[in-house]
Design a protein around this ligand. Structure first.
Ligand SMILES: Nc1ncnc2c1ncn2[C@@H]1O[C@H](COP(=O)(O)OP(=O)(O)O)[C@@H](O)[C@H]1O
Ligand SMILES: O=P(O)(O)O[C@H]1O[C@H](CO)[C@@H](O[C@H]2O[C@H](CO)[C@@H](O)[C@H](O)[C@H]2O)[C@H](O)[C@H]1O
Length: 458
């Protein structure tokens, strides 16, 4: 694989060879590393771009690295790394340590995850500000949006699928970790919403992209930081702990989701789904259930009940029912909703479910899919509370759907078969997600699975 310009030179390749043993141990420990549980057997450098020349007090490499983990999928996932190089690491950067290099051009140096370090993170912002091109890296900025120089960087502490750096409470840069070719919905949809003037999504200010083998890759997106915001998950848990009514917020979230859906339907094509599209949609849900039962045998007793949700949808399809599909968020939950101190809600993270193939994430889908994601999230919050609060989830569910209907004129509860199918599909996804990433949380989606299998969303 060759980058747009030749970034992998013999010297950068040797640099990477000397880092390989350190990366092999470090990568699998990162939350965003998608290949957990299988050993890393090798790396192929895809592009190595020095952003700060090594040799000074501080070096910075931008690296795209293909990670091999046989017998899994070939040729392996591609990851984006920003590697800092220093003679010694100050104690404040200890959590970022990757290791000490003992051979090759960097021998005697310490390498670390540079996003923890303000100075290299500021190099990225400056490159976006000045719309730099370095090797194959293209730093682009919406010319109508300014970036003030000298904003101080700090890495966001949250454990997440990617890494985000906040600059002076003004911007947040999401640095994608596992990068995939093609148009990235996390840039595409917010740009489309900004064109529509939709205020519910922070408008992208700048982004980093590259091209490999003629395919575009989005590597990072900069957007305004919603300062002082709390996310919906924190607020819901806080409200539950204090016994507060969350229904007004759930209604506001229903309205915000509906505003985003309405703007997306204006900005991008919508399609009518007939039997030719709905058959495969139902088939996909059925297949995901079968795969999930294989992966998590605790699902087995509920398989038949869960499948009945898809059979019921299949019957409506066979009877000639059609639905309108449009671009949607794809992984909407309370943690993707931010409430500003003004009380306004924003939706973030339009990447879709990380486990789905990229092309599938960009397909138009029934908007009820996002509604189902939010309803599942109210249930998650209610079941994580002590004691569990099913009535709270029930009230949020009603308020969210009413808020949604106020904007679109369509109450998702009037389409119960499609809604149950999507809630079931989401709960099945969550069972697999939790089994892989957070086994302690598995009882939460499993309790929903029990209810959904018995045809009761609450
Ligand atoms: N525009 C923003 N303003 C304030 N905080 C944000 C913004 N965008 C993201 N965040 C914070 O960053 C976290 C991670 O962002 P997200 O896009 O969900 O990344 P990931 O894909 O890694 O989960 C969010 O949970 C939120 O706390
Ligand atoms: O935020 P991500 O895009 O990384 O989404 C993944 O992780 C989420 C958890 O962080 C997971 O969401 C599930 O847990 C949430 C509570 O932590 C809950 O609000 C959601 O409803 C539930 O789905 C999400 O599914 C996964 O894709």
């Amino acid at each position: 694989m060759t980058p747009m310009t030749e970034a992998v030179t013999p010297s950068t390749s040797t640099t990477l060879d000397s880092l390989a043993p350190l990366l092999r141990a470090w990568l699998p420990r990162q939350r965003w590393f998608a290949g957990k549980g299988r050993p890393v057997t090798g790396f192929t450098p895809v592009a190595v771009t020095p952003l700060l020349p090594p040799g000074g007090r501080l070096g910075l490499y931008h690296i795209l690295l293909r990670v091999h983990q046989p017998p899994g999928r070939q040729p392996g996932h591609c990851y984006q790394l920003l590697i800092g190089v220093r003679e010694a690491l100050p104690p404040r950067l200890a959590p970022a340590l990757i290791g000490h290099v003992d051979s090759g051009p960097l021998a005697g140096h310490t390498v670390y995850d540079a996003l923890h370090d303000p100075r290299p993170a500021e190099v990225l912002l400056e490159a976006l500000r000045s719309r730099a091109r370095v090797g194959g890296l293209v730093f682009e900025r919406d010319p109508r949006r300014e970036i003030r120089p000298n904003l101080v960087a700090r890495l966001l502490a949250a454990e997440q699928s990617n890494s985000s750096v906040v600059y002076g409470d003004t911007f947040i840069l999401k640095v994608l970790r596992r990068v995939v070719p093609g148009i990235n919905p996390d840039l595409e949809l917010p740009l489309a919403l900004a064109r529509e003037g939709c205020p519910r999504v922070p408008a992208p200010t700048a982004w980093l992209r590259t091209e490999l083998d003629g395919e575009p890759y989005v590597l990072a997106v900069l957007q305004p930081f919603v300062s002082g915001a709390a996310d919906g998950w924190e607020l819901a848990l806080r409200g539950l702990a204090k016994g507060e009514d969350f229904a007004p917020e759930a209604r506001a979230l229903g309205r915000a989701t509906a505003e985003v859906h309405t703007a997306l339907a204006r900005a991008l094509p919508t399609v009518t789904l007939g039997p030719a599209q709905l058959g495969p949609l139902v088939q996909g849900m059925t297949e995901r259930l079968a795969a999930a039962v294989q992966a998590v045998p605790a699902l087995l007793p509920y398989e038949e009940g869960l499948r009945s949700a898809y059979t019921a949808l299949g019957e409506l399809v066979a009877g000639g029912r059609t639905w309108t599909a449009q671009r949607v968020h794809g992984d909407l939950h309370l943690g993707q909703c931010l409430r500003a101190p003004s009380g306004d809600w924003s939706l973030i993270d339009f990447e879709g479910e990380p486990a789905r193939p990229p092309a599938e994430r960009r397909l138009p889908q029934p908007p009820v899919r996002d509604v189902a994601g939010m309803l599942r999230s109210f249930d998650y919050a209610a079941r994580s509370a002590s004691p569990p609060a099913p009535r709270w989830a029930h009230d949020c569910r009603a308020a969210f759907c009413s808020g949604y209907a106020e904007v679109t004129g369509h109450d998702p509860r009037t389409d119960p078969v499609m809604l149950r199918a999507y809630e079931t599909d989401k709960a099945v996804y969550e069972v697999v997600y939790e089994a892989r990433h957070r086994p302690d949380w598995l009882p939460v989606p499993l309790s929903a699975v029990r209810r959904l299998a018995a045809s009761d969303p609450n």
